[in-house]
Design a protein around this ligand. Sequence first.
Ligand SMILES: Cc1cc2nc3c(=O)[nH]c(=O)nc-3n(C[C@H](O)[C@H](O)[C@H](O)COP(=O)(O)OP(=O)(O)OC[C@H]3O[C@@H](n4cnc5c(N)ncnc54)[C@H](O)[C@@H]3O)c2cc1C
Length: 454
Amino acid sequence: MNRREFLILMGWILAGAQIPFKARAASAEERILIIGAGMSGLAAAQTLVKKGYEVVVLEGRNRLGGRIWTSQNWKDTPLDLGASWIHGVKDNPLTALAAQIQAKTVQTSYDRYSIYTSDGKALNQSQEAHLESLWHKIQSAIQQANQQNKDQSLQSAVYKGVKYQSLSRQDQQWVDFLISARIEQEYAGSSKLLSAQWYESEAEFDGPDALFSQGYQILIQALAKGIQYTLNQEVKSIDWSEDEIVVKTQNKTYLADRVLVTVPLGVLKAGKIQFSPALPQEKTKAIQALGMGILNKLYLRFPRAFWPEQSDWIEKIPQGQAAWTEWLSLKRTFQLPILLGFSSGEKAKSMEKWSDQEIVSSAMQTLQTIFGKNIPKPSDYQITRWGEDPFSYGSYSFNALGALPPMRENLAKNIEEILFFAGEATERYHFSTVHGAYLSGLRAAQEISNASNP
Ligand SMILES: Cc1cc2nc3c(=O)[nH]c(=O)nc-3n(C[C@H](O)[C@H](O)[C@H](O)COP(=O)(O)OP(=O)(O)OC[C@H]3O[C@@H](n4cnc5c(N)ncnc54)[C@H](O)[C@@H]3O)c2cc1C
């Protein structure tokens, strides 16, 4: 079948027509359908197209990139509403990718920070030392929990380890701040749901973290070059009972020899795609047990910067439930009077129900506590609600209490070399990251190529 015939077949609206039977071809002429045009789907597509495969990518959204989403709403600066950083630039495959396309990156540093107490005073040296000693206690509590046979929630392990109940009110606040800023913000899961045993079971790349000056989308644009994709195609069902796989979207039917599914864990959890036959139990168990966390962003743009301009990070110990504990400043890195506030876990979930105005004013209260009532009002804002997003239902996966790391391998396993799976959640060691998604796409492409060239 030539390319033209293939594309006609792919775009065929069946409307009751008979699907012609076709035995599975064992070559690069196979029709490969990839569901999802995020980092994993596009990485797989690029690899397969380079090997000569006919590939079509179906994307439910009206844009490419998935959880990489660079907003162009502010004309003078692209803003990443999804992923921002290459985490650990050393030996990270994304660093090489960025270099290939000469994408400009800027490093941020955790050593450049300003940290404030709940009433907005800068921490002095001895307070900072005390905060660090609490952090060491938290870390050793987690290490102990790592070694136990029985799992527990991260919050429970930490509370037991630091003897939370016998701490002063201030130390309790500080422990909760550290859990929020250094753990929940990174893993996006509530500490009540995170597994203590499998905390930090992932691998990391060394080196600093880097932001993209033109936004992360630059990688997506590069990977999408030469790829055949269709937007606004929400896959509803995948029937893999016959040799020819039948994939239905809201208005079209596509046929393929092999299908790669890259939709987020949140979409699989929500049962938005009907598989027939149903997915095997080891996969459905993994889908249920692994956690899908929420990390949301609030960008506030001000007429001028009123915070320490050399600090990349502004941290604030909250008064009550942890909120707006961490802000990234874009002043030093991009010379812009913009602050990016984060919310994660349970707080992020409940905040998604708030109006934009409520979210902005709660964030402003925090900033006013630190910098005074006279700080300028934001001239504009941008807010995300990843938990409600019907194409992700969350920000990224985490190891939840009750989940085991090998479950990610079960999620990644192909089924009879017909249905393949990729996406950040399928990566045992690099889940929750863009590089994890990328590596999973390469892995799935290799599996497909092995399967079709036995
Ligand atoms: C707020 C936020 C901040 C983050 N920060 C970072 C960071 O700084 N660094 C980092 O490394 N990682 C970060 N991440 C995580 C990173 O963005 C993801 O791990 C990665 O982009 C996931 O890529 P993926 O291909 O697995 O999934 P996705 O990018 O979600 O791609 C899956 C695609 O499938 C599509 N889809 C879903 N359902 C259907 C359907 N039914 N039919 C058709 N298409 C469908 C989706 O629209 C999407 O385009 C962040 C994520 C968020 C949300």
